[in-house]
Design a protein around this ligand. Structure first.
Ligand code: ADP
Ligand code: ASP
Ligand code: MG
Length: 438
């Protein structure tokens, strides 16, 4: 059987929900349906999940979440009405409001978009609803408990007689409180369920014709990728290709379940197949291009750094003590740079961090630079093939972009370059045209 996850783009309007219904009803193997919270209906619209985070913030600041709840209520009541459903959404939204007022973390609030979506979808399909909190479990330290979850999914979902709708994005802690995954985490829920029930394919339905070579918001109508390996997917999604959560491969790769990205609005398009290996397929030198803004570099110089045993370890220990995870560490003979994401640096005193590094290794020069964008060019095809780096750097040169950092993974699966944020869009366009343009 197949596990199908429908993202916020597919849950946004009554019409898109009817598309979901016809997709499910067109194939009796589509038995497990994971849903996200309703997303944006038009570009200036607000996602339900964002409204729910705002509701929690509102209660935190004013003691009430009435303003945001009113907006959320309107969306769900209208959806149920337009779909002709006989469910009292007001009652459900009242429960959510009461729950937010009692809760002490934003996770409960954030999870309710998926919950209410699942209530609607199970009524539309006539499927049972399985609450994700009953099967998706976290450990005391807040990490995901994959084995307990897998047992519970087998117990509660595998032998279900009827089709099941399961809300994405959240599970429960041992003390029964709700905990969410990181943003976009319904993709991960779908992968967990696919593993638990032993699906033959995990279909991830969204609003584009599969994984595209690059972000369609930056390049007009980029080509579609027919096949992608788990490794390539991980690189591209970690580096910013927002179409699939980067952790989605972990549950499915255990049993090599393929992921098929499909378009709810063009259901006959076969989309992108993501699998353990793409050997035997005709693969291009470069499979995809992804990137993200919001990075910071700490660069150091010290004469004879190469001969100073323990230099790197001491610098990395300072970062570890500050709870910072590192994106990249490009090094030269007497230079070392550390690339960190701005999100990870939030709340860290940068002056103190620099002083700590000075104290640990006494560099001749140290500086911190913000506004770095990272761009990854990814593909198994680049191993042993000539000219990829030349094409990449020529494209950046042609776009008048100054390259601030270069890093090539030892597996030759990617080349990562750092450019200034202001050059990001032009860089992506120029790289895309160099590899895929006519
Ligand atoms: P969903 O609501 O279905 O989870 P998302 O908004 O999370 O959908 O992901 C789909 C969006 O990802 C697309 O509409 C597209 O704008 C964006 N996107 C960014 N990079 C890519 C890419 N390489 N391929 C396809 N879509 C991409
Ligand atoms: N609704 C959540 C979010 O907006 C999870 C998801 O859509 O996958 O991040
Ligand atoms: Mg998504």
């Amino acid at each position: 059987m197949k596990v199908c996850k429908f993202g916020g783009t597919s849950m946004a309007t009554a019409q898109s929900i009817l598309n979901v219904k016809s997709i499910i009803e067109s194939d009796s193997e589509r038995k497990y349906v994971i849903v996200s919270a309703p997303g944006k209906r038009f570009s200036s619209d607000i996602k339900i999940t964002d409204m729910l985070y705002s509701a929690y913030q509102e209660k935190f600041e004013t003691g009430s979440c009435a303003n945001n709840i009113a907006l959320i209520r309107t969306r769900f009541v209208e959806l149920a009405k337009e779909l002709g459903l006989d469910i009292d959404m007001n009652k459900y939204v009242d429960e959510v409001e009461a729950g937010i007022l009692k809760s002490t973390s934003p996770d409960y609030a954030a999870s309710r978009g998926e919950y209410l979506s699942a209530v609607i979808m199970s009524a539309v399909l006539g499927f049972d609803m399985l609450d994700a909190g009953d099967v998706i479990k976290f450990k005391h330290d807040g990490t995901f408990d994959s084995e307990l979850t897998n047992d519970l999914v087998k117990k509660h979902a595998l032998n279900a007689k009827n089709g099941l709708v399961i809300p994405g994005f959240y599970g429960r802690m041992p003390d029964k409180t709700i905990k969410t995954f990181s943003r976009g985490g319904s993709d991960f829920t779908g992968a967990i369920i696919a593993r638990g029930v032993g699906a033959k394919v995990y279909e991830n339905w969204t609003d584009v014709n599969g994984f595209l070579v690059t972000d369609p918001r930056l390049v007009d109508k980029p080509k579609n990728i027919e096949v992608l390996s788990y490794e390539e997917l991980r690189e591209l999604s970690y580096m910013g290709a927002g179409v699939l959560h980067p952790d989605s491969i972990f549950p499915v790769q255990i049993d090599k379940i393929p992921i098929n990205i499909r378009n709810t609005f063009e259901p006959n398009h076969k989309g992108t197949m993501i699998m353990a290996s793409t050997k035997g397929y005709d693969i291009p030198k470069v499979t995809g291009i992804a990137g993200r803004k919001g990075n910071t570099t700490i660069s150091m110089k010290k004469a004879m750094m190469n001969a100073e045993i323990g230099f790197c370890r001491k610098v990395l220990s300072v970062l570890e003590r500050n709870g910072l995870s590192i994106e990249h560490v490009p090094t030269g003979i007497d230079t070392m740079s550390i690339v960190l994401s701005d999100a990870g640096l939030k709340g860290v005193d940068e002056n103190k961090l620099i002083d700590d590094i000075r104290g640990a290794v006494n560099p001749d020069h140290i500086e911190i630079t913000h506004s770095l964008a990272l761009i990854a060019v990814v593909g198994h095809g680049m191993a042993n093939s000539r000219g990829v780096a030349a094409t990449l750097f020529n494209a950046l040169y042609k776009a008048g972009v100054n390259v601030r950092m270069i890093d090539q993974g030892s597996s030759e699966l990617n080349i990562i370059v750092g450019v200034e944020e202001k050059d990001y869009n032009a860089s992506i366009k120029s790289i895309y045209n160099a590899f895929f343009g006519c």
